[in-house]
Design a protein around this ligand. Structure first.
Ligand code: NAI
Ligand code: MG
Length: 352
């Protein structure tokens, strides 16, 4: 019996509505599998917790989370109660940084039954692996002088280790998919860090002779995600480029309510964290119409991370069958409630 210990942080707003639904799906998945079980421990850390205690999580919060096999998070933020920079930095970003979650991965896939803004999405199915710890988002730099003499310097920091581990992750991921990795570069304009990025990409490729590679400048790549997204399998990108590409990926999928993501720790010292792309959606909270698919797809990514890929793929097929059958929440043009969509996914899962 494989037993996984999961820290659950529903967070704020619709986070609370969709996390409990995804947990129901995971429980069904474990029952069907037989050799799998989950222990869920819920942590009530959110903006209400902040109003009561003056902090987003207790002082030993990270120590409480650390022994778990994964953190499963809904969404954090309730701008009417607590300013976003306090809630996000106090919980989400604190966990990502402290737990050395150095790559962020986000799949983008055309799902039958979900209208993509692309007129011919051609069944695109790619994953962006974003370096999540360094690159363009560094604190190195500063500002000097004032007025017309003012100077701002922002340094991008690329280490061999940081670059290599993101690329290794991308190539290994491609081995389990369509064996193709694209590198997002800009070595024609950024003359130090990007040629370095290209070199590390080339070096990494030598260790993965079965993987086809392609190198595309970020400007052209952004355009290709719109004009020919079906030509990509795994894309590896620096922090800034990955940030932009993943938003394009979510946009062409058709709704923020279905997009999943994972923040992966690679050194095994801390758990990884799984969370949907969307936020706490204060505009629809309490109406029972939040789309649970983003959170359920996020659960699929967690199953993959635990090595339960077959079950994960069953879950994704179940999601696709449900959406294709027209059982959808209002954000996708349907009339179903959060609970009805989840029940339909559970029923599909039982059929497979
Ligand atoms: P949001 O993602 O919460 O909502 C944007 C729009 O998408 C809203 O109209 C919302 O109703 C809709 N939407 C989002 N998820 C949906 C779902 N599952 N089903 C149906 N419709 C959905 O982004 P917004 O409004 O900018 O932020 C609200 C709060 O969430 C803020 O406090 C923000 O800081 C926080 N936030 C937290 C994130 C996280 O925890 N990772 C990510 C993004 C925002
Ligand atoms: Mg972004």
């Amino acid at each position: 019996m494989k037993d996984f210990n999961i820290a659950v942080i529903p967070g704020d707003g619709i986070g609370k509505e969709v996390v409990s639904e995804a947990v129901r799906v995971l429980e069904t998945a474990a029952d069907l599998h037989g050799g799998l079980s989950f222990q869920f421990t819920e942590y009530p850390w959110n903006c209400d917790y902040y109003l009561e205690h003056g902090v987003m999580m207790p002082e030993d919060g990270l120590e409480q989370l650390q022994p778990h096999d994964a953190v499963f998070l809904g969404a954090v933020g309730d701008p009417n109660k607590v300013p976003d920079h306090i809630s996000l930095w106090g919980l989400l970003i604190n966990i990502r940084r402290s737990f050395e979650q150095v790559v962020n991965i986000r799949p983008a896939k055309h799902i039958k039954g979900v209208r993509s803004p692309l007129h011919d999405p051609k069944g695109f199915d790619f994953i962006v692996v974003r370096e999540n710890s360094e690159g363009e988002y560094s604190e190195s730099g500063g500002r000097i002088h004032q007025g017309d003499d003012e100077i701002a310097i922002q340094n991008a920091v690329f280490t061999k280790k940081g670059t290599r581990r993101a690329m290794d992750y991308a190539f290994k991921l491609a081995e389990s998919r369509r064996h193709h990795v694209t590198s997002a570069t800009k070595s024609n304009g950024i003359v130090h860090s990007m040629p370095f990025w290209d070199e590390v990409f080339k070096e990494t490729a030598i260790d993965f002779p079965d993987i086809k590679t392609r190198k595309v400048h970020i400007d052209a790549l952004s355009a290709f995600l719109v004009s020919q997204p079906e030509t990509f399998d795994v894309i590896v990108a620096s922090n800034l480029f990955g940030d932009i590409l993943t938003d394009v990926g979510a946009a062409i999928m058709g709704s923020i309510g279905i997009a999943p993501s994972a923040n992966i720790n690679l050194n095994g010292k801390y758990p990884s964290m799984f969370e949907p792309v969307h936020g706490s959606a204060p505009d629809i909270v309490g109406k029972g119409i939040a789309n649970p698919i983003g959170q359920i797809w996020t659960a699929k990514m967690m199953l993959d991370h635990f090595g339960e890929n077959e079950l994960g793929n069953h879950l994704l097929s179940s999601i696709e069958n449900v959406l294709d059958s027209g059982i959808k929440t209002p954000d996708l043009g349907g009339k179903a409630t959060t609970e009805e969509v989840t029940n339909a996914v559970i029923n599909e899962l039982k059929k497979l």
